[in-house]
Design a protein around this ligand. Structure first.
Ligand code: HMG
Length: 392
């Protein structure tokens, strides 16, 4: 059996209420909060970037799972908001966490699908026997960014999920042998190398995402996977929390044909809604989004052993995959998720000022409570301040 042995998360310590953003942009707050399902948007301080979020999530996974850094033989970071065109975020994380030199270390990119690609690759690495008893650390980390005032702006967010993948896992088995994939070369969402904000063809991106739901599920069934009705919970990639509602309806229509609205809504409340809490609180975390859904589900509780969870991963460009998890442990301590309740609210002026500062080298006060902080560039080398390294 192969799967998730330990989990960790990291989110920015600040948030902007979407009602405040709506007022500033002249939009109806109900459009953001009900129409998109976005209530709060996580806003990273300029000292937080993809590296610091990834390192903090990985640190939590290793610490809460009591996994020794020496046991890690494969380190993959899935991200679409890396900090360098050549040096992978994974190498920064290796340094900040003091991970062993006898480790394969790389970054993987496919928009929001990158984290899932890393996790399934890690499962296959372990199944092949090439791991020789060691574990993989896979991190999905991103900071979503769209132009100010654009339709995508209220869906921004930031966060990281870190998963230790191992044989005889403690948290969940990943059924990597029954997965359905669907991919195509399209321009639904992309970010040219010279730009820091994503470009998006909104309506087309929604259509591609839905095509992925139908086709990946059909291919999953063709591999012998059990029908979605056998799943006790369903997790979807959430570019905004309301998308889970649309995706769930699309999946049910593809699997069962037309259903009464009332029965779709009851099924949504039972199997999908518990996994949407983090997306509502932090926004789009791109590659981490699906895996933040898992944290939301765990936090909502009531996941007895053998609970089957259907997962739909989507990354623009695009690649979609449907697969399942089987839960093994009902209770997992995740301090990062508890910390979401005590974040600090900021106003629109601060959010806009921090966006500007992120593009600069310095000029911000360094928060003392961050486990890892970006402190600026020296000769174009990014410098970080790290918490005490974990002992091997
Ligand atoms: P928009 O055009 O501003 O919004 O952009 P809208 O007019 O479609 O309205 C959204 C919803 O709010 C609608 O609900 C409205 O009716 C409702 P629906 O009809 O869909 O049920 N609404 C209201 N509700 C209550 N009170 C009101 C009110 N007014 C309107 N007063 C769009 C929406 C998603 C296109 C935009 O936010 C966007 O471009 N987002 C970025 C792209 C995106 O998220 N695409 C999703 C699929 S692609 C994906 O998931 C990949 C991605 O994560 C990237 C990656 O892979 O790396 C993005």
């Amino acid at each position: 059996m192969i799967g998730i042995d330990a989990l960790g998360y990291a989110f920015p310590r600040h948030y902007l209420p979407l009602s405040a953003l709506a007022r500033a942009r002249g939009a109806a707050p109900e459009k953001f909060e009900r129409g998109l399902g976005c209530v709060r948007m996580a806003v990273p301080h300029p000292a937080e970037d993809t590296v610091t979020l990834a390192a903090a999530a990985a640190r939590e996974a290793l610490a809460t799972g009591k996994v020794s850094p020496a046991d890690i033989g494969l380190l993959i970071v899935g991200t679409e908001t890396a900090v360098d065109h050549a040096k992978p975020v994974a190498s920064y994380v290796q340094g900040l966490l003091n991970l062993p030199a006898d480790c394969r270390v790389f970054e993987i990119k496919h928009a929001c699908y990158g984290g899932t690609a890393g996790i399934l690759t890690a499962c296959e690495w372990i199944a092949s026997g090439a791991n020789r008893g060691r574990k993989a650390l896979v991190i999905a980390a991103d900071i979503a960014r769209y132009p100010l005032g654009s339709p995508g702006e209220p869906t921004q967010g930031a966060g990281a999920a870190a998963l230790v993948i191992a044989a005889d896992p403690r948290i969940a088995e990943v059924d990597f042998l029954h997965t359905g994939r669907h991919s195509r070369d399209v321009h639904d969402f992309w970010r040219p190398l010279s730009e820091s904000d994503a470009r998006v063809d909104g309506a087309f991106s929604l259509a591609c995402y839905m095509e992925g739901v139908r086709e990946s599920y059909a291919r999953y069934l063709a591999t012998g996977g059990e029908a979605e009705a056998a799943c006790d919970a369903l997790l979807f990639h959430m570019p905004f929390a309301r998308m889970a509602e649309k995706a769930h309806a699309e999946l049910l229509a593809a699997a069962r044909g037309p259903l009464e609205a009332e029965s779709i809504s009851q099924d949504f409340e039972r199997r999908v809604a518990p996994g949407t809490a983090i997306a509502r609180a932090v926004g789009n975390t791109y590659s981490a989004s699906l895996w933040c859904g898992l944290a939301g589900l765990l936090h909502a509780g009531d996941l007895p052993r053998d609970t089957r969870v259907g997962c739909y991963s989507y990354g623009s460009g695009f690649c979609a995959e449907f697969f399942t998890l089987r839960m093994l442990t009902p209770e997992i301590m995740l301090p990062s998720v508890d910390a979401l309740a005590v974040r600090q609210e900021i106003d629109v002026a601060t959010y806009e000022a921090w966006r500007g500062l992120r593009m600069q080298n310095d000029g911000w006060d360094l928060p003392s409570d961050l486990p890892f902080a970006f402190v600026g560039r020296v000769d174009e080398v990014r410098r970080y301040r790290a918490a005490e390294p974990l002992s091997s």
